[in-house]
Write a protein that binds this ligand. Structure first.
Ligand SMILES: NC(=O)c1ccc[n+]([C@@H]2O[C@H](COP(=O)([O-])OP(=O)(O)OC[C@H]3O[C@@H](n4cnc5c(N)ncnc54)[C@H](OP(=O)(O)O)[C@@H]3O)[C@@H](O)[C@H]2O)c1
Length: 282
């Protein structure tokens, strides 16, 4: 029997890489993205190679409840599903005082509630197939940075949701896993917005953070093939830890976060962030 996977946010980055990886491994891929009609061309090669039976493109903006319902109905109609990958995300950065309530809600609609709706709807199929659910999180999912409170909160919520589900679904044969990539060269710089407010209080911190982000992302490797292989291995049932980190920065951040006692970690992190963000840098 051919196994099927739903992947969200496939128009670029990790999502696009996972589409190719799963197709190469013989899966049927149900690939969702916003504005599918304008992006069909991006999939001309895999569509020509594998055909529409193996690659289905569906329109899905996770903030659009009609589209969410339509994707759910389509997949439920197929009658089987073996893996669900929550990859789509949006990043809203900036000091809390510069964020509007609408921006914060939007952050959670895309990064958290979208994943919740799809997971809930597809669980009966995933229990039936003894399948898996993979959450693409981030270092923001376990390490809070300043000027990213809404994004951090959405990824932390996703990780809490995932770990709770891991224990809940283990007895029913559904595997749950989190992948936590560090900085990687994708479209994520474009898929990022800054708070609409312009409080002068945070100008220096914001400017320094933006410079640092540009430097980090500019120097980062493209980890798409690693993330794609890891996700396909997990979906294939290969042994894996509940959380898998990708990239040296993710590993170092994890060690810092998990193994330094709080009485050292918090003052040290505070010192680093103050030095990085609160004084004039070139
Ligand atoms: N790249 C990194 O440095 C990095 C690091 C850690 C974690 N991650 C995580 O990796 C995952 C993939 O990100 P990426 O790096 O591959 O970035 P990306 O290329 O920007 O991909 C993000 C995807 O999410 C989609 N998306 C955005 N808003 C959406 C919405 N409202 N509804 C549905 N889809 C939406 C985007 O679609 P559009 O093309 O339509 O905007 C895009 O396909 C994300 O969960 C991200 O948090 C990335």
């Amino acid at each position: 029997m051919i196994k099927s996977v739903v992947i969200t946010g496939v128009s670029s980055g990790f999502g696009r890489g996972m589409v190719d990886e799963f197709l190469q491994r013989g899966w049927q891929v149900i690939a969702t993205m916003r504005n599918v009609d304008s992006k069909r061309e991006l999939f001309a090669a895999p569509l020509a190679q594998y055909g529409e039976e193996k690659l289905t493109l569906l329109n899905l903006d996770l903030t659009d409840s009609e589209q969410v319902k339509s994707v759910i109905d389509t997949v439920l109609n197929y009658g089987s599903l073996h893996c669900l990958i929550h990859n789509a995300a949006f990043r809203i950065f900036g000091a809390l005082e510069n964020l509007s309530e609408a921006q914060i809600r939007h952050q959670f609609e895309v990064n958290f509630f979208g994943a919740v709706s799809l997971t809930q709807a597809f669980l009966p199929l995933l229990r039936q197939s003894q399948g898996s659910i993979i959450f693409i999180s981030s270092t923001f999912g376990f390490c809070p940075y300043p000027l990213t409170s809404a994004h951090c909160a959405s990824k932390h919520a996703l990780e809490g949701f995932a770990e709770s589900l891991y224990y809940e679904l283990q007895p029913h044969g559904v595997d749950v896993a989190i992948i936590e990539p560090g900085a990687s060269q994708t479209n994520s710089m474009q898929n990022r917005a800054w708070g609409a407010g312009d409080s002068p209080t945070y100008q220096l911190q914001t400017a320094n953070y933006q410079k640092l982000q540009q430097r980090i992302t500019g120097n980062a490797a493209n980890n798409t093939p690693i993330v794609a292989r890891l996700a396909a291995d997990i979906a294939a049932g290969k042994r894996h830890p509940f959380r898998s980190r990708v990239g040296t920065d993710a590993q170092i951040t994890y060690l810092f976060q998990k193994f330094l006692p709080q009485r050292l970690r918090i003052p040290l992190a505070n010192f680093i962030y103050k030095s990085l963000f609160c004084q004039e840098v070139k």
